[in-house]
Unconditional design. Structure first.
Length: 115
């Protein structure tokens, strides 16, 4: 749902003043997607499920992008994008999930009275 809400609906390339094509995504769309991915990953880590969070959140994101690109790309370059996105999204989501887990452990450590 995150991918569809931010990027999946935008398939139109933009024509720049010099005649070149860009897009289809705008910077605010990508930023929104990344922020929501980060929040979901941090929550998964906070709740004690960083591995499941990483696999499910990153896996669904990657699969959504790959299917969308494969069905809408006319250049044939979507496999290169899919291969570039695969480690990036898994490492990014995994890192944020581990930060969420670490944050919870730190909060728990400082809330627990030491003996």
């Amino acid at each position: 749902m995150n991918y569809l809400a931010w990027l999946g609906w935008d398939q139109e390339k933009d024509i720049e003043p010099d005649g070149s094509l860009s897009g289809p995504y705008q910077p605010w769309q990508v930023a929104g997607l990344v922020i929501v991915l980060g929040i979901l990953a941090a929550l998964a880590g906070w709740r004690g499920h960083p591995k499941i969070g990483m696999l499910s959140i990153a896996g669904v994101m990657w699969l959504s992008w790959t299917v969308d690109a494969a069905t809408s790309d006319n250049s044939g370059l979507w496999p290169i994008g899919a291969l570039a996105l695969l480690p990036s999204v898994f490492l990014g989501v995994g890192f944020v999930a581990l930060l969420g887990t670490s944050a919870k452990l730190l909060v728990k450590k400082f809330r627990t009275p030491s003996d």
